[in-house]
Design a protein around this ligand. Structure first.
Ligand SMILES: Cc1cc2nc3c(=O)[nH]c(=O)nc-3n(C[C@H](O)[C@H](O)[C@H](O)COP(=O)(O)O)c2cc1C
Length: 190
C-alpha cells in the first residue's frame, strides 16, 4: 500500500462511471481510498452502471463511509489525506460545497479539504448550466476547489465511452499529485 490516502465522493449527477473509474485507477495505484456516496449517487450508479455497481465500487475502496456519518475520520482535518475528488459532482453538492453547508459527510469532507488547503477536484456535471450553477462554480473556485467538468479530450480520438471516462478520471487523479501522471497526453508534432 502506498502512503497516499484520498477521499472519493460520488454524488448523484449523471456519469456514475466516473466514480468507478477513479476508484479503479486509484486502487491500481495502491492508493488508500475513503469512499462516501450520496443517496442520489446510489440511484445513478444503479441506473447507469447496473445493479452490481455499488458493490463493485465498495470492493475497490479501503473504507466506505455512510453519507450521514458526520463523525467519520474524513470529517476531521486532523486525519491526513492528500485531497478529494468528487466524481461526478451534482449541482446540489456543488451548491452545498460552494456555500460551506457541510450538510452531509460528502460536503463536510469537501469543506475539510478547503480549510486544510488541500486539493479538492469537482467533476461537476450538468448541461446546460444556469446562472446559479455558474455562480456556484465561481464560488467554489474562489474557495480553492478545482472545477473539472467531465468533457471529452477529443484530441485524443477516444474510441468509446470507456476511453472518455478513464481519461477524465485520470486527469482528476493527476491533479492530486499522489503518483506519477497517468492521463494520456497530447503529442505535439512541432
Ligand atoms: C438518473 C439521474 C441523473 C441525474 N443527473 C444529474 C446531473 O447530471 N447533474 C445534476 O446536478 N443532478 C442530476 N440528477 C439530480 C440529482 O441526483 C439530485 O439533484 C440530487 O438531489 C443530488 O443529490 P446529491 O448532491 O446529494 O447527490 C440526476 C438524478 C438522476 C436520478
Amino acid at each position: 500500500m502506498s502512503e497516499a490516502r484520498v477521499v472519493l465522493g460520488v454524488a448523484g449527477a449523471s456519469g456514475a462511471a466516473l466514480g468507478l473509474s477513479v476508484a479503479r485507477q486509484l486502487s491500481d495505484m495502491q492508493v488508500e481510498i475513503d469512499l462516501v456516496t450520496s443517496t442520489a449517487a446510489e440511484r445513478t450508479l444503479d441506473a447507469e452502471c447496473g445493479a452490481q455497481a455499488l458493490a463493485t465500487l465498495h470492493g475497490l475502496v479501503t473504507r466506505c463511509h455512510a453519507i450521514d456519518d458526520i463523525g467519520a475520520s474524513i470529517a476531521s482535518g486532523s486525519v491526513p489525506v492528500a485531497g478529494m475528488i468528487v466524481a461526478p459532482c451534482s449541482m446540489r453538492s456543488l451548491a452545498a460545497i460552494a456555500h460551506g453547508l457541510d450538510d452531509n459527510l460528502l460536503t463536510r469532507a469537501a469543506s475539510v479539504q478547503l480549510k486544510e488547503r488541500r486539493r479538492l477536484i469537482l467533476l461537476t456535471r450538468e448541461a446546460p448550466l444556469t446562472l446559479a450553477h455558474l455562480r456556484n462554480m465561481t464560488a467554489a473556485t474562489e474557495l480553492g476547489a478545482v472545477i473539472l467538468p467531465p468533457v471529452p479530450a477529443f484530441y485524443l480520438k477516444p474510441q468509446n465511452v470507456a476511453d472518455i471516462v478513464d481519461q477524465i478520471a485520470a486527469r482528476a487523479i493527476d491533479m492530486l499529485n499522489v503518483a506519477a501522471p497517468v492521463a494520456q497526453r497530447w503529442r505535439a508534432t512541432g
